[in-house]
Design a protein around this ligand. Structure first.
Ligand SMILES: O=P(O)(O)OC[C@H]1O[C@H](O[C@H]2O[C@H](CO)[C@@H](O)[C@H](O)[C@H]2O)[C@H](O)[C@@H](O)[C@@H]1O
Ligand code: UDP
Length: 874
């Protein structure tokens, strides 16, 4: 397994030098540490390289070495920088130039040749330090805009190193990016990587448009940029998630709940006792005033003082007391002034909320040494003061303004208390706050008003989406969010939560690393299921009513391992399959070459259809009323009450051919140490995965020759697969087995997943278009033979080379007489480097075929589908 080196500006731990000179390491919090930290911790060979956070000045070589050693105890490699270097590279070019420009704040951007020089120098320093740690086969994953030159610097030293880079902030439009004098240099720097990741497809497109405009380089359909040196760089979207369960759990912590109660009490949401002490006159006065809609006017001083004191807790007001929350760094990209104005406008436009809605605004100090941030702080202070000054009552303040940094528990307390979260950045790469708020409201109401200008808006489509610059629109959305019916809010939230719960930070990390692992000098494979296409597939799945999934097992749902019995499914996989199989409108079939007993033992209890021994046996889903086996198969019970197995008709008698084939295969076992024969009821396989491959390949040729001499007389054929040669009846095949299902007319969406040549026959029977005859099909019963003719034609297609690469996909006896398999074709069919395939088709769409990396990608895809179905069921 390739070792991963993570590189970021900051390390996941900070080092503090205590008064006595000793060191203290503390864990940093934040999106990056949460997302990649667990991978770093759980992989003992994974390193993390980043700036130490300590100025180099005043420290001698011995102290620097001691600091390095301290970080090493946490598998971190610190980069030591001088104050000038940090000021120029970090405060200067990164935060004064790239940050504003990438967030569409060109007017805030400073262009300075000095800070650019420092940026170049520090990227080189990073390269020097990393170069000392790199070993052959390593992968390097660079984070963010601070290190855009690093990929090409590393590439010049390590031509074969796998390099990935991910941008955590937006990538701007070409019009903005081209104003950056060093734009072309930065793009060239990035193109040193194999894989470039962004939060959204829009940011990918912005990047590619700049590459085209500034460097004249084109992109292919798979999002790959072809370089003059023959390399391909893959560009794709990897939207980051959060640790959903952590936030959900923390929202129930005593501290968070205590804060929630405190906030609710302070905002008048909880305290009702005082109401009973209200005089009847006061109550009447309050009600009259609410009806009039104008307040303060025509009131006596006494009335005014009583009203202003009591207003927030008066129960007769039709508005219940509510709480609005927001959590941001005090950054000009977060849209705080616009948001405060919108809140003020809401109190003006909907005065019934005065006294009844309290806004808890947490604005954490950020980059306080930067002039524009200091000015922003003043502006926010002033606006909060204006709204509070204008609307405050004696016992109620509209905005509770907190300018401190809080740890996770109190932050969750704030989220949990909020009836509405106001998340309105003017520009943001993702925005984790929006996702954290929803996870703290798991199973509860609470509304999200969300800016359209952040990456999160692409996913959280059930939020109140607003243009953050439009004060009036935000004001109205806030009003609607406060007014929303609780059941409707829960319903909207559940849809978003189902997706967030699945698309976690660790899924994001795993997905990027998996893609990077597959990246090579050719870029990721052509025909790849990129994020945009995956989202489209998930959407089509969500829209379909009757879905069929045909899924191979070994190599598709589980990795290929040394011996067959070690490929036992994990509990997580079984849970996922159970969930999918039980979903209304989903028919899930595991279609495998495995023997019937293994299929029964491993999957017998699942609500799924099973196909064993490449179609020699099939067993319908015991929980489904729809059966497609008809009377064509021979029904056999094997001890399991709930599950029946049907044998494909017309199979040659195994008692006749087994001894013959076994004897031939046993010879190969004798000739090739550590190879073995797997005997199944209707097929037989010679496995050589654990053997010397050179010797095994030679034996393959000999064995195939021997097998072809006898196969046809028994109605058998050979199949060459991943380190296995299998003999099976010519009348079976995965395609033949699933054809009746595919052609039943019961489904408006079919998805087939597989990784090897035996799955090609299954892909082949998936039609180019799915006819929509669900309405007029009299019976859902389809006899196995009904689909045979078509299956036969399509299987023949697969046989003559309509496989993924146009290669022969099976070694049919007749075909083999002319084209005996060569050891090179054997190498080609070996899928151990992981290339699974996904084929989908639906009513009204044309069949599409995609490549995924390995079984992990397939399982993740199924997870997305399950989450989508869950979201749509809400
Ligand atoms: O159709 P599938 O579900 O993909 O099953 C195909 C064969 O899978 C098993 O063998 C393969 O997986 C083993 C475990 O990873 C590995 O050790 C072996 O080298 C692979 O060939 C199974 O043993 C065969 O019967 C299936 O035909
Ligand atoms: O006092 C605070 C303020 C914010 N956050 C966290 O800071 C992160 C902010 O991430 P986001 O993507 O929303 O914005 P960024 O600050 O990265 O631009 C979220 O995880 C917040 O929970 C925090 O822990 N304490």
């Amino acid at each position: 397994m390739a070792r991963l080196i993570i590189v970021s500006n900051r390390l996941p731990v900070s080092l503090h030098i205590k008064d006595d000179g000793s060191f203290l390491l503390t864990q940093n919090v934040g999106g990056l540490a949460t997302a990649i930290g667990p991978y770093h911790k759980s992989h003992s060979d994974c390193l993390w390289v980043g700036w130490s956070g300590i100025e180099k000045e005043g420290l001698d070589e011995g102290q620097l070495a001691a600091i390095t050693k301290e970080f090493k105890s946490r598998r971190c490699v610190p980069i030591h920088l001088t104050r000038d270097e940090v000021d120029g590279y970090y405060g200067g070019f990164s935060n004064d130039t790239l940050w504003p420009l990438f967030h569409d704040f060109s007017h805030e951007a400073k262009f300075s040749p000095e800070t650019w020089k420092m940026y170049q120098r520090v990227n080189e320093i990073f390269c020097d330090v990393i170069s000392k740690s790199v070993r052959p086969g390593d992968m390097v994953w660079i984070q963010d805009y601070h290190l855009m030159l690093l990929p090409a610097l590393l590439r010049s030293r390590f031509p074969d190193l796998r390099i990935g880079w991910f941008l955590h902030i937006p990538f701007p439009s070409t019009e903005i990016f081209r104003s950056l004098p060093q734009g072309a240099d930065l793009l060239r720097g990035l193109l040193g990587a194999d894989l470039l990741g962004f939060h959204t497809v829009d940011f990918c497109n912005n990047f590619l448009a700049s590459v085209k405009l500034l460097l004249g380089l084109d992109t292919d359909d798979d999002g790959r940029v072809a370089l003059a040196d023959g390399r391909h760089v893959t560009v794709d979207a990897f939207p980051i998630g959060i640790d959903y369960n952590l936030y959900k759990r923390t929202s129930h912590s005593r501290l968070a709940q205590g804060m929630r109660h405190g906030i609710e009490a302070a905002s008048g949401k909880r305290t009702r006792r005082i109401i009973s002490s209200l005089s009847a006159e006061s109550r009447a006065a309050v009600e009259a005033e609410q009806k009039e809609g104008s307040w303060w006017s025509h009131r006596s001083d006494e009335e005014l003082s009583e009203l202003s004191l009591l207003r927030p807790v008066v129960s007769s007001n039709p508005k219940p007391n509510k709480i609005v929350v927001s959590v941001d760094r005090l950054d000009y990209t977060k849209g705080l002034p616009e948001r405060i104005k919108s809140f003020g406008r809401m109190l003006e436009k909907y005065p019934e909320w005065v006294g009844h809605v309290t806004y808890y605004l947490l604005a954490t100090p950020s980059r306080e040494n930067v002039e524009s941030y200091r000015l922003l702080k003043k502006q926010v202070d002033q606006l909060v003061g204006e709204v509070n000054g204008k609307y405050s009552l004696l016992s109620w303040t509209p905005i509770h303004y907190i300018t401190r940094s809080l740890p996770i528990k109190p932050v969750c307390g704030i989220y949990t208390a909020g009836d509405v979260a106001l998340v309105t950045p003017l520009r943001d790469g993702m925005n984790l706050v929006a996702k954290e708020y929803l996870s703290c409201h798991d199973g509860r109401d609470g509304s999200l008003v969300l800016s359209d200008m952040c990456g999160a808006a692409r996913e959280l489509t059930d939020a109140f989406i607003v243009n953050p610059y439009d004060i009036e629109a935000v004001c109205d959305a806030l009003h609607s969010a406060l007014e929303i019916d609780s059941a409707e809010a829960i319903h909207r939230n559940r849809r978003m939560q189902a997706r967030l719960e699945y698309s976690t930070a660790s899924l994001w990390c795993g997905q990027f690393i998996s893609a990077l692992r597959q990246a090579s000098t050719d870029g990721l494979s052509s025909g790849r299921l990129c994020t945009a296409k995956r989202d489209e597939l998930v959407e089509q799945w969500g829209n379909a009513k009757h879905k069929l999934v045909l899924c191979d097992y070994d190599g598709t749902l589980t990795p290929i391992v040394r011996t067959p019995d070690r490929a036992h499914p994990t509990k997580r996989l079984l849970d996922l399959l159970k969930r999918l199989g039980s979903m209304p409108g989903v028919d899930f079939a595991i279609v495998s070459g495995r023997n019937r007993k293994t299929m029964q033992d491993w999957f017998g209890d699942l609500p799924v259809r099973l196909v064993a021994e490449h179609g020699a046996w099939s067993s319908p889903n015991p929980s489904s009323s729809v059966q497609h086996e008809g009377n064509s198969g021979i029904q056999r019970h094997d001890g399991s009450q709930d599950r029946s197995w049907y044998q494909a008709p017309g199979l040659p008698d195994p008692d006749v051919w087994h001894p013959v084939i076994e004897e031939i295969m046993d010879e190969s076992v004798a000739r090739v140490p550590r190879s073995f024969v797997e005997r199944k009821s209707n097929t037989m396989a010679w496995h050589y995965r654990m053997s010397d491959q050179h010797l095994a390949f030679k034996e393959c040729d000999r064995l195939l020759h021997r097998l072809h001499e006898v196969c046809s007389q028994y109605g058998l054929m050979t199949m060459e697969n991943s380190k296995v040669i299998e003999v099976c009846p010519v009348s079976i095949g995965k395609g033949m087995a699933v054809s009746p299902l595919v052609n039943s007319g019961d489904y408006d969406f079919v998805l087939a997943l597989g990784d090897d040549i035996t799955d090609e026959t299954m892909f082949a029977v998936v039609p180019e278009r799915l006819p929509d005859h669900r309405q007029d099909s009299g019976s859902s019963e389809t006899n196995l033979q009904d689909g045979d003719a078509e299956a036969g034609v399509n299987e023949a297609d697969a046989l003559v080379g309509n496989g993924p690469d146009g290669r022969d996909s099976r070694s049919h006896p007749a075909a083999n007489q002319e084209n005996g398999p060569s050891s090179s074709s054997r190498n080609e069919v070996d899928n151990d480097n992981g290339t699974g395939w996904t084929v989908k088709v639906g009513v009204g769409m044309t069949k599409a075929r995609y490549r995924v990396g390995d079984y992990g990608d397939t399982v993740r895809l199924l997870g997305y589908l399950a989450a989508e179905s869950k979201a749509r069921m809400q």
